[in-house]
Write a protein that binds this ligand. Structure first.
Ligand code: GLN
Length: 490
């Protein structure tokens, strides 16, 4: 099973030397999916024919000596990213039969490189949730403990990477949906700066917060994938006109003299003591590598969750108005137009999505707009200014990704407020628009992974990757993987 242990950059070397062929590798992954999906449930759609076709094309490219870094690398894609001809459901009944007529820009870029798309991964419906339990179709289990959630909303993508059902994956992050599942599943996940990656073809949840990003086994692969998907796109007016960057170039440069900020507000009561201990241990490792640690303050952190749940619900209520049974997906109701709208939306959306549409419509309604939406937008500015204010004192901010390791399936799903609080450390990053990544930094006594969050200056993903890489060189957390998924375990 050696093939399954290779990361994307290692596969590249094998393909280049012709030690391995993309078809062989795709076949190994399709078999692996067959063997472990019953226990993990990461995929909503697996596309063996499409994957093998892309693998054969990749093989041709390598034969002609025309391989790119991702040519022939098998990937999984979150099911809210449009893939031409391949069902894209957002894990919602309302899009159960939606087959996009076009590729998202990120998919187009991956296909240009010759990547192999194995399938589409489970998620919380429309990316609303932190455990993937809000999927209308199935549960995904954490490969490190199948009675635990994989986190969410990109839980399928993170679980697929951890369970070696793909080499790497794409997720989307509106308030933590790449980083928190990456932390829960013991893999690397990055939310790029807002505007770094095109959102064209990402089904919108909260447009001012959403960003697509990589979920990978190691930092090199994270850099590789970010390089492939980033860059200006005229199809997305919020995509930034930044030049393409070589994110791998600075890996290995070391972090001597780099200033790390540790925000006092992030070390709160109620944080799991094992998480806290691992984070401090990680900070000591970084200090040992020559970084200087400073205590900093992000004083508006306390308001982040409340602000987020006003802004994201407001944007969601407007974005999700398009699902009315007319243009795509589910259509229900026998009577007039109003009844069709009513029936389609009543039966198509799950309870969390309905809750958010109602909250969002309320905060935008006449008479409440100023009290809620306008106020939240103002607090958002304060949160952004908190970050701006610290970046003259440090290059990177270090925090836990999540206050606890993976929680149990069913543990929080009936208590939305508890669920919302599990993103307490990730949400302010989206409000501020800055980049952040989560990297494995330890294990709990129960053997569950713990994630370290690194937050950077706008468009300074390179420094985040450099710090994460230095940390990875000193530790072996990223090399461990869950055992026994094919038999009785883990
Ligand atoms: N868990 C948060 C929410 O439910 C964040 C989700 C996300 O990043 N897509 O909104």
């Amino acid at each position: 099973m050696e093939v399954l242990t290779l990361s994307a950059h290692e596969l590249y070397e094998r393909f280049r030397r012709k030690d391995l062929s993309p078809v062989e590798v795709a076949e190994v992954y399709l078999k692996r999916i067959e063997e472990v999906e019953g226990r993990v449930g990461a995929y909503l759609t697996v596309d063996p024919e499409g994957a093998l076709r892309q693998a054969r094309e990749a093989e041709q490219r390598w034969r002609k000596g025309d391989g790119a870094p991702l040519t022939g690398v098998p990937l999984a894609i979150k099911d809210n990213i449009c893939t031409k001809g391949l069902r894209t459901t957002c894990a919602s009944r309302i899009l159960y039969n939606f087959v996009p007529p076009y590729d998202a820009t990120v998919i187009k870029r991956l296909k240009e490189q010759g990547a192999v798309i194995l399938g589409k991964t489970n998620m919380d419906e429309f990316a609303m949730g932190s455990s993937t339990e809000n999927s209308s179709f199935q549960l995904t289990k954490n490969p490190w403990g199948v009675e635990r959630t994989p986190g969410g909303s990109s839980g399928g993508s993170a679980a697929a990477v951890a369970a070696r059902e793909c080499v790497a994956a794409l997720g989307s992050d509106t308030g933590g949906s790449i980083r928190q599942p990456a932390a829960f599943c013991g893999v690397v996940g990055m939310k790029p700066t807002y505007g770094r990656v095109s959102r064209y073809g990402l089904v919108a949840f909260a447009s001012s917060l959403d960003q697509i990003g990589p979920i990978t086994r190691d930092v090199e692969d994270c850099a590789l994938l970010l390089e492939a998907i980033s860059g200006h796109d005229p199809c997305d007016s919020t995509s930034a006109p930044m030049p393409k960057e070589d994110f791998r170039a600075c890996l290995g440069e070391g972090i001597e003299g780099l200033r790390l900020g540790v925000p006092q507000e992030f070390f709160i009561e109620g944080m799991d003591p094992e998480v806290e201990a691992s984070i401090w241990e990680a900070i000591r490792v970084l200090e040992g590598l020559g970084a200087r640690v400073e205590e900093i303050s992000l004083p508006h952190t306390d308001y982040a969750v409340a602000t987020y749940y006003i802004i994201c619900t407001a944007e969601a209520s407007s974005n999700l108005a398009r699902y009315d049974g007319v243009k795509y997906g589910l259509r229900e109701g026998e009577g007039d137009l109003r009844e069709m709208y009513l029936e389609t939306r009543s039966r198509g959306f799950g309870p969390e999505v309905k809750r958010r549409i109602m909250l969002g419509t309320y905060v935008l309604s006449a008479g409440y707009y100023d009290a809620y939406y306008r106020k939240a937008s103002q607090v958002r500015t304060l949160i952004r200014e908190d970050f701006d204010g610290t970046f003259d004192r440090c290059e990177v901010i270090v925090t836990p990704t999540s206050p606890t390791p993976a929680f149990g399936l069913g543990e929080k799903v009936h208590d939305p407020l508890q669920m919302y609080l599990s993103d307490i450390f990730t949400i302010s990053v989206n409000l501020a628009g800055v980049p952040a990544l989560s990297i494995p930094c330890g294990f709990s006594g129960d053997g569950l992974p713990i994630g370290l969050q690194l937050i950077g200056k706008p468009f300074d993903e390179a420094t985040l990757l450099r710090v994460a890489h230095a940390f990875q060189q000193e530790t072996d957390y990223h090399l461990r993987s869950p055992e026994n998924l094919t038999q009785g375990g883990p």
